[in-house]
Design a protein around this ligand. Structure first.
Ligand SMILES: O=P(O)(O)OC[C@H]1O[C@](O)(CO)[C@@H](O)[C@@H]1O
Length: 526
């Protein structure tokens, strides 16, 4: 008995509504408390963090001040028509969805792969404006990108003053990056400090790169403003219905329904995984290619479609009956999913605003950069693939990995453009294993599902893929290269996963093209 909730053009459809959860949240006055930004809603332990992480509830109103400022900046930088965004997780995922959906070009740099970074640096440098986005101002990937671009402009013969004009910095007031930005002579836009990264789509983090790429951000803000009143009401509350339904799932297969939004699942993945995956609880988003792509529908897997214009629940021609569908304008989608995640956190009795386990991998990485990679003996060498993990051969090791597990996480420390074919491994492993299978490009997944892997239910099996880069790239001013940083991040995450005795297979491709073909072939041959 499917039900539909609508507000301001956004519709949530739930095939089996979580009515008891919805009513329980209403009985606790959750909608009104959320709308009032009441930090007590998630209990005393979460209150200090919630007190400085609820700005997203109405940040879109404060973001209106950005509209004239960014229009002026875009005019000022009209000659720099190649917009590059250097940012991780919540500092880049929303602009990526916004510009892909609205058809504006944006180069998103959220990798430490030397080849991918080099390709960006070599693309129209003279016409490039680099948005360096980091709330904390201390994210090592983004700092490395900033250094590489700064050096590239100097190497191209620009003076420091001329180079500074090619940078727009978005960060929190008082962050280390805000000081560096002043020294660089960069344009600086300070963000709403009371909003965490994964909730920042409608703050400067989501809007500055999008506006510079040519998006009409006023429309996004208006869409959010029209939707906002609904999150505080007991009746006809789409976000509450969505949050209640999500809180009952263990896996949420997220797919665009093909009706206008592109890649919203990649943004929602971080929001949901990093917010709920803790205290061994939470739901794992599984971003799938299309509504009919292979997923393992366990009894706690919800198929969730997201779209711009279709009436909820109707997916033309796919035969898919989504368990949940969310259709409506992008600005309203952001606010709806953010509120839904906050409601789900309340229903799950977890703090939806912290990310306790992300720091662990970052600290491991820093230690490895300092002391060097831990040594490891290969378990097997199979053509272009070196395997570290039990099994004795590529095919045996892969099958052994996902036997009797809850889900499989594939984590690729590769170039998401040059090595794009490896992403087809997800469907192959999902089909072969019969398990919910995620695919994440690294290190961007470390800022998304990475929290869930370490803090969520400990039922994951992990397939980590690294590859020898064709050519490395220095990080100017640092004793490590991008390739060394990438390898240290992979090793740091292996340590974090091994410390939880989780099944882990590390495959290193000594020749990326050959190794990818070999790996895909190993699955196809089954
Ligand atoms: O904007 P920052 O501070 O660079 O952080 C980037 C991302 O890293 C995290 O802090 C941890 O993954 C995310 O919450 C955030 O979106």
């Amino acid at each position: 008995m499917s039900e539909v909730w609508s507000a301001a053009g956004l519709t949530v459809q739930v095939a089996e509504p979580a009515q008891e959860v919805y009513e329980s949240l209403v009985a606790q006055d959750a909608p009104a408390k959320l709308a009032a930004k009441d930090p007590t809603l998630w209990g005393p332990d979460a209150q200090p963090e919630a007190a400085v992480r609820l700005g997203w509830v109405d940040t879109f109103e404060r973001s209106r001040a950005l509209i004239p400022q960014l229009a002026e900046l875009r005019d000022e930088l009209a000659d720099l028509d190649h917009v590059v965004l250097a940012g991780m997780g919540g500092s880049s995922l929303a602009p990526e969805v916004i510009t892909r959906t609205l058809g504006k070009a944006l180069t998103v740099l959220d990798t430490t792969d030397p080849g991918q970074v080099r390709a960006a640096l070599g693309d129209r440098l003279e016409r490039t404006v680099v948005v360096v986005a980091s709330k904390s101002g201390s994210t090592i990937e983004t700092d490395s990108h900033r250094r590489a671009y700064w050096q590239a402009f100097l190497d191209a013969g620009l003076t420091p003053a001329e180079a500074g004009r090619h940078f727009v910095v978005v960060t929190d007031p008082g962050s280390p990056l805000s000081a560096v930005a002043q020294e660089m002579g960069a344009f600086v836009i300070l963000a709403d400090p009371d909003v965490g990264g994964r909730y920042s789509a409608l703050t400067a983090f989501g809007l500055v790169p999008s506006a510079l790429a040519g998006v009409d951000i006023a429309e996004l803000i208006d869409q959010a403003a029209e939707f906002a009143p609904s999150i505080g009401q007991a009746e006809e509350n789409p976000a509450l219905a969505l949050g209640a339904a999500l809180s009952r799932a263990h896996y949420a297969a997220l797919a665009d329904d093909g009706s206008g939004l592109t890649g919203l699942g990649d943004w929602a993945e971080q929001l949901i995984a990093e917010s709920t995956g803790k205290e061994s609880k939470g739901l794992l988003p599984v971003v799938i290619e299309t509504p009919t792509s292979p997923i393992a529908k366990t009894d706690h897997t919800a198929i969730v479609t997201m779209g711009g214009s279709l009436y909820a629940k109707t997916i033309p021609g796919s035969g898919v009956q989504p368990d949940i569908s969310v259709n409506g304008p992008l600005g309203a989608q952001f606010l709806c999913w953010e509120a839904a995640t906050a409601f789900a956190g309340k229903a799950l009795s977890i703090n939806p605003f912290d990310q306790p386990n992300v720091t662990e991998s970052k600290e491991n990485t820093a230690r490895i950069l300092e002391s060097g990679l831990p040594s490891a003996e290969p378990d097997f060498v199979d053509g272009a693939v070196i395997g570290y993990g039990v099994g004795g051969s590529l095919e045996a090791a892969i099958r052994l990995l996902f036997t009797d597990q809850g889900y499989v996480a594939i984590m690729a420390y590769l170039d998401r453009f040059a090595d794009a074919e490896i992403a087809t491994l997800r469907e192959l492993v999902a089909t072969e294993s019969g398990l919910p299978t995620t695919f994440g490009w690294a290190p961007r997944f470390l800022h998304s599902t990475g929290q869930f892997h370490k803090g969520g239910p400990q039922v994951g099996a992990f397939l980590q893929i690294t590859g020898t880069p064709a050519e490395d790239l220095a990080v100017p001013g640092k004793p490590y290269t991008f390739g060394q940083l990438q390898a240290a991040q992979a090793a740091g995450d292996r340590l974090a996963l091994a410390s939880r005795q989780r099944p882990l297979l590390h495959l290193h491709l000594t020749d990326r093209n050959a190794g990818i073909k070999q790996l895909l072939g190993a699955l196809k041959s089954s």
